[in-house]
Design a protein around this ligand. Structure first.
Ligand code: SF4
Ligand code: SF4
Length: 443
């Protein structure tokens, strides 16, 4: 499809889908940006009307338009409550693709026109996550000799995006080693982690890009629990980033390319259950597997996958083998944070609670304000730091009022962003499966 055809397909989709919005306004109270600014232009209804206007040529694609699109978190709270099932997630992706395709003279001063460094990082690092694996040892050294701490305390980085990233990076852990002598991949992970005891099935594990570095704890815990329940875990070497970062910044082609590469990587091993531990990646892989992402722009080849993409909590709730494992009690309180991707799109938000209920003596409660985004939202916390920080402040207050010892969340982006605001407290932010694995004896 040529660029002209693709732009026309995109505009046609935008007009048709935007026209399905009946402007009832039921989504407005659920929109975090509308709640913060009280501006119609920062509401789902307002954004949809603007997209329609631009796609129809009635209003110009100018800096103001881009600013209101940039301010959207893509949390999809609006989509989850829309009585007319307007697919807002695809609308905002298409609107961003339209912005990226616009002439530089219109949008050069906006966030939507990414700088060269960012494009380079997205293409050469995020989209090639084995390069991220090669950063593990130097980053561990950087943390071990106290350079991370020094950088943060010295104010050397001032209030830059790099400072924000460095402050959020948790202690980087190594991938776990299996109990058998397995082939270790160049990624540091092993290609197979064998089941322990009675064999109950085979699954694939999606590593992600940032998560394989920053959230090895959750991935190691996932492998530990699955193996002990009797599941053999496969980690295909050829898997890559899920493509969400590219997709949501308007690069639909790269989003679709990466999704397809992942499908092929798992199917080449004849693995048809793909487990995700970050709900943001889970949404991207799941929607790509049913041909939903980027269809409007014509990038998706319409190839429905035969694989099932499933969040780890949901998988474990219905898994077998629980009678064969021992779970130690934990007499503390955990507040569960529902990531937007888990709640508004996958609608799997009940599973972490059910899973955590397997831990004896643990008191489980929902974190207040779970219907509102924490502000992390992919790279939103970097691009819209002020808005993101206001949203996080609400979460931090909810954490304080909950008096919980642990905050359980199923998305690494939310986890890092919330945790970076809690560094002076004893509250620990972690994935539900990590808490479970600890009570099952992981070292
Ligand atoms: S709830 Fe749906 S139909 Fe109503 S204004 Fe929002 S997007 Fe439009
Ligand atoms: S995706 Fe979230 S921030 Fe964007 S319009 Fe919908 S509710 Fe508002």
């Amino acid at each position: 499809m040529s660029l002209v055809d693709q732009s026309e397909a995109s505009a046609k989709f935008l007009r048709a889908e935007a026209n399905r919005c009946v402007a009832c306004g039921l989504c407005l109270p659920h929109c975090p940006t509308y709640r913060l600014t009280m501006s119609e232009a920062d509401s789902p209804r307002g954004r949809i009307q603007m997209m329609n206007g631009v796609a129809s040529g009635h209003i110009p694609l100018n800096k103001k338009f881009v600013q209101h699109m940039d301010r959207c978190l893509t949390c999809r709270a609006c989509e989850s409550v829309c009585p007319n099932d307007v697919i807002y997630g695809q609308l905002i992706d298409e609107a961003r693709a339209m912005i990226i395709a616009a002439p530089d003279t219109i949008t050069s001063q906006t966030l939507a026109k990414k700088n060269k460094l960012r494009v380079f990082l997205e293409m050469e690092l995020i989209a090639k996550p084995r390069r991220i694996d090669s950063l593990r040892s130097p980053i561990r050294l950087f943390q071990k000799i106290g350079l991370q701490q020094w950088l943060l305390q010295s104010n050397f980085l001032k209030k830059t995006k790099v400072q924000s990233l460095v402050s959020q990076l948790p202690p980087v852990k190594k991938p776990c080693a299996s109990t058998m002598d397995q082939k270790t991949l160049a990624t540091g992970w092993e290609e197979v982690y064998p089941a322990i005891g009675k064999q109950r099935g085979e699954v694939g594990l999606f590593l992600g890009c940032v998560a394989r570095l920053a959230d090895a704890v959750t991935l190691n815990s996932t492998i530990f629990v699955l193996n002990r329940l009797g599941y053999r875990v496969h980690i295909p070497f050829a898997q890559t980033c899920c493509g969400a970062i590219h997709q949501h910044s308007g690069d639909m082609a790269m989003g679709a390319t990466l999704a397809l590469q992942n499908q092929k990587a798992f199917e080449a091993l004849n693995i048809h259950t793909i487990i995700t531990t970050a709900s943001g990646c889970g949404v991207q892989l799941k929607e790509a597997s049913v041909g939903q992402t980027s269809k409007a722009s014509g990038y998706n080849d319409g190839r429905d996958s035969i694989s099932t993409v499933i969040d780890i909590s949901r998988f474990l709730v219905t898994a077998e083998g629980w009678d064969d494992v021992k779970i130690e009690p934990l007499p503390y309180q955990v507040a569960v944070h529902d990531p937007c991707s888990l709640r508004n799109v996958l609608q799997d938000q009940s599973y972490p609670y059910t899973l955590l209920a397997r831990i004896p003596s643990l008191r489980i409660l929902p974190l207040a304000g779970n219907d509102q985004c924490c502000g992390a939202a992919g790279t939103y916390f970097l691009d819209q730091a002020e808005m993101a920080s206001k949203l996080r402040a609400d979460k931090l207050l909810a954490v304080k009022l909950s008096k919980a010892r642990y905050i359980a969340t199923s998305n690494i982006g939310c986890s890092m962003y919330i945790a970076s605001g809690l560094q002076t407290t004893d509250v620990e932010v972690l994935h539900p499966v990590t808490l479970l694995a600890r009570q099952m004896g992981i070292q």
